[in-house]
Design a protein around this ligand. Structure first.
Ligand code: ADP
Ligand code: ADP
Length: 228
């Protein structure tokens, strides 16, 4: 499903963000990526949706080597990998509905089908009633739910998230985490970088710890393992 083989990433300024990382994530797994700031978690995430390319090594997503695909094929990858960020990254001048519809890859589909899919996914995150709201009219948790709906609208089988609860209070973080768990139970692979110790310790999912650009721990039903 997701496989990194001997992946290294050196940024143009010479920073070595990942060294010789090899790991396999099976279909429908839920994985937390933990580790101190600067460890390489965001780089790991960015490599999976091809925001960055590895300096060496190979990355397979759904059996396809994405290090070898042409840039013009990146949109196809984006259909199978949904991404959620800490700061939501919604377009401020678009409503919830429009933010989600904008992400939908449409190849001449009838308007009613588009509307059906967008409303279906807003319903999944319990935000149908906020379809006409703009991001500034929504709470942080609601904005993140719109971002999750947007990430899911093309029915990806992988959902990756970089600190999705980083700007949310503990109760809202739990709601968002339950939503990720529900999505995972429907068969979607979830890979999430997080500093949320309480949540990681309570969920008992696979935990991969990265330090200094290398995997230092990989446990099924793991713990957060840091004090922060
Ligand atoms: P984390 O997400 O665990 O905090 P990152 O993957 O963001 O770690 O960063 C890993 C290392 O790579 C850090 O030393 C960081 O400063 C560096 N880094 C991240 N992005 C870039 C970039 N675009 N250019 C140069 N260095 C970067
Ligand atoms: P929280 O404190 O839980 O983050 P808010 O107080 O920001 O939530 O919002 C509570 C409810 O009020 C939410 O459902 C949100 O959509 C709605 N809301 C907040 N600000 C506005 C606004 N400017 N216009 C319309 N609805 C709003």
């Amino acid at each position: 499903m997701i496989e990194l083989q001997d992946v290294s990433k050196v940024y143009p300024n010479g920073v070595k963000a990942l060294h010789n990382v090899s790991v396999k994530i099976e279909k429908s797994q839920f994985v937390y990526l933990v580790g101190p700031s600067g460890a390489g978690k965001s780089t790991f995430i960015k490599l999976m949706y091809r925001e960055e390319k590895p300096t060496s090594g190979d990355i397979y997503i759904n059996g396809q080597n994405i290090t070898r695909i042409k840039n013009r094929h990146t949109p196809y990858l984006r259909r199978s990998v949904g991404v959620v960020f800490q700061d939501y990254k919604l377009l401020p001048r678009l409503t919830s509905y429009e933010n989600v519809a904008f992400a939908l890859e449409v190849t001449e589909r009838p308007a009613r089908e588009i509307k059906k899919r967008v409303m279906e996914v807003l319903d999944l995150v319990n935000l149908k009633h906020k379809a006409r709201s703009y991001p500034h009219e929504l709470s942080g948790g609601e904005q993140q739910r719109v971002a999750i709906a947007r990430a899911l609208v093309n029915k990806p089988n992988i959902l990756i998230a970089d600190e999705p609860t980083g700007n949310l209070d503990p109760d809202t973080s739990w709601e968002i985490m339950q939503l990720f768990e529900r999505i995972n139970l429907n068969g979607t692979t979830v890979v999430m970088a997080t500093h949320d110790k309480e949540i990681v310790n309570a969920m008992k999912k696979r935990v991969i710890a990265i330090e200094g650009g290398q995997i230092v721990r990989d446990q099924l039903r793991g713990d957060y393992g840091y004090e922060d």
